[in-house]
Ligand binder design. Structure first.
Ligand code: VG1
Ligand code: CO
Length: 559
């Protein structure tokens, strides 16, 4: 087979956001659009490293995944890559890709997903590159991809290469005299084995199946028609002996069956309603690509992701992996409530605060300083891979339940009684007009960074908050000293309460405003978050003038 060089011209806007490039399917399927971007991903690697390399390819099964995977095979073949491991039918969860990169010492992986964004011909597609540590490419790398995309003149392709990714097996090719191998792999095998090494499956099986006690764990695990279906069936049904009725929406669908595959209280409403009405010990849901998780307890008792992280940190002894590998530091993204900081302090561990996005955790893990981290956006994970990991989080929670013998609600209440409680809420205003949002952020930044802002007091609902400091968050990576600026506006009050506001970097059109509110109470831990945080929310809306700029009187999603 021979290599063809195809002339092309640059597309504007091929700039990866918080987690890869996400656009409407219609944008990706324009002539040469996907080809350009994939070529730039490959060119952003050192030529010497790319030559003879192994790459992993797979995605969440959304519309256009299969076509994109086949296209990537043809482009990789033309660019000196020696071997591709491709998930069967193009299916691999994001955590599974991360695991495969590490286990196969691959140069990286191309992940086909727009994560929690809806799928289907009218919705979103996405492409993300993960580097050899298994983590999302850092800013310097994605900037290079973008820069290359603005000057690209041609891409390389082996047009005649025939590939059937629906069957597991190895295909060997001769590309202009050089060998090229495509191995279509079982989508779940490597990941399932990895989980078996991390958790005590024998113990969990007794607990989940109820073999010993005669009382099976009452679970409802909702894959939301995303990629986790196959993984969930193998792990929870086959390995842990749960009953078929414990898992739902486990067939990955190109449009996620019309669901918005985002595990939060709004989009996973079916799970929340079912668990609220029924008799369950635990409910869980994942996003399209399987890196997010939502955990709820009996009667839909909601565990905020910030608390989830703190509880797992407190009970690391329940997970064999940490006993074996030791416990290093913890970390969270800046908007995430600081519950885990308190656990870190108590255990004498380093705690890091990084910008939004999993790519910022990787260096700390590689340097051996970080073993557990999370984000308020339903992301939890450890240094077993370099992505957040939804199924891992559920297995962690079940391990904690087994270890303590307590319900989720009791675990949380006990945690708060020891550490106090970080009340947290996030308001999302989705698909606003971009221009007024940019203006709002600029105006707010100007206001809160003015010399006289610190020291000001704001009062609402009978509560007063005095500003301690305010800034646009910037972060210097402790390992490679790289700097990320403008990561979100934050106002910190004297009592530690915070207002954070930033624009999303994962949308495919318009702007999504995220407003995060966080307030700590030492004693008063059993209140309702929406009530406790109302005064601060009002103050945030007043300072930002959000209703005026966006024309919105209410958020689209409340977490
Ligand atoms: C959002 C979340 C962020 C997360 C990112 C990717 O980013 O806030 O915490 O890391 O999505 O998650 P943004 O820029 O829209 O706020 V995933 O599961 O969509 O890859
Ligand atoms: Co995701």
């Amino acid at each position: 087979l021979s290599v063809e060089t195809v002339q092309t011209t640059p597309y504007e806007g091929q700039k990866p956001g918080t987690s890869g490039l996400r656009k409407k399917v219609k944008v990706f399927t324009q002539p040469n659009y996907t080809e350009n971007f994939v070529q730039c991903i490959l060119d952003a690697n050192e030529a010497a490293a790319l030559n003879g390399s192994t790459l992993i390819v797979g995605g969440d099964g959304r519309y256009y995944c299969k076509e994109a995977a086949e296209l990537i095979v043809r482009i990789c073949a033309a660019n000196g890559v020696a071997k591709l491991l491709v998930g069967q039918n193009g299916i691999l969860s994001t955590p599974a890709v991360s695991s495969l990169i590490r286990h196969n010492k691959a140069l990286g992986g191309i992940v086909l997903t727009a994560s929690h964004n809806p799928g289907g011909p009218e919705n979103d597609f996405g492409i993300k590159f993960n580097c050899e540590n298994g983590g999302p490419a850092p800013d310097a790398f994605t900037n290079k991809i973008h820069q290359l995309s603005t000057i690209i003149k041609n891409y390389k392709l082996v047009r005649g290469l025939q590939i059937d990714i629906s069957k597991v097996g190895v295909s060997n090719y001769d590309i202009a005299g050089k060998p090229f191998v495509v191995e279509v792999i079982d989508s779940v095998a490597d990941y399932v084995q990895h989980m078996e090494e991390i958790f005590n499956f024998a113990k969990l099986r007794e607990f989940v199946s109820g073999k010993a006690t005669g009382k099976p764990l009452k679970m409802r695990i909702d894959s939301m028609n995303g990629v986790t279906g196959a993984y969930v069936r193998e792990i929870f049904l086959n390995r842990l002996g749960a009953a078929e009725a414990c898992v739902v929406h486990t067939t990955p669908q190109p449009d996620f069956g019309g669901l918005h595959p985002d595990p939060n209280l709004t989009y996973a409403k079916d799970l929340v309603d079912t668990v609220a009405k029924g008799d369950y010990d635990i409910g869980a849901a994942f996003d399209g690509d399987g890196d997010r998780n939502m955990i709820i307890g009996s009667k839909a008792f909601f565990v905020t992701p910030s608390d989830s992280l703190a509880v797992i940190a407190h009970y690391l002894e329940a997970i064999p992996y940490f006993q074996k590998n030791g416990v290093q530091g913890f970390a969270r993204s800046m908007p995430t409530a600081s519950a885990v900081d308190l656990v870190g302090k108590r255990l004498g561990k380093e705690v890091f605060e990084v910008p939004t996005g999993w790519k910022y955790f990787g260096n700390l893990m590689d340097a051996g300083r970080l073993c557990l981290c999370g984000e308020e956006s339903f992301g939890t994970g450890s240094n077993h891979i370099r992505e957040k990991d939804g199924i891992w989080a559920v297995l962690a929670w079940i391990s904690v339940m087994q270890h303590t013998g307590k319900s989720i609600e009791d675990i949380l209440k006990q945690h708060w009684s020891v550490y106090g409680r970080n009340y947290f809420t996030r308001y999302d205003y989705e698909e606003c007009d971009l221009e007024p949002c940019n203006e709002m952020m600029a105006t707010m930044e100007q206001n809160i960074t003015a010399a006289d802002f610190a020291g000001k007091s704001f009062t609402s609902g009978g509560k007063s908050y005095k500003v301690k400091e305010a800034d646009n968050f910037s972060y210097t990576d402790p390992v490679d000293k790289s700097v990320a600026t403008k990561q979100g506006l934050r106002i910190v009050f004297e009592d530690g309460s915070r207002i954070v506001m930033r624009l999303s970097g994962t949308g495919s059109s318009g702007a999504t405003v995220r407003l995060y509110i966080d307030s700590y109470e030492k004693e008063n831990v059993l209140g309702q978050a929406s009530v406790m945080l109302k005064p601060l929310i009002d103050i945030a809306l007043e300072i930002s003038q959000l209703p005026k700029f966006t024309g919105r009187s209410a958020p689209t999603v409340i977490t």
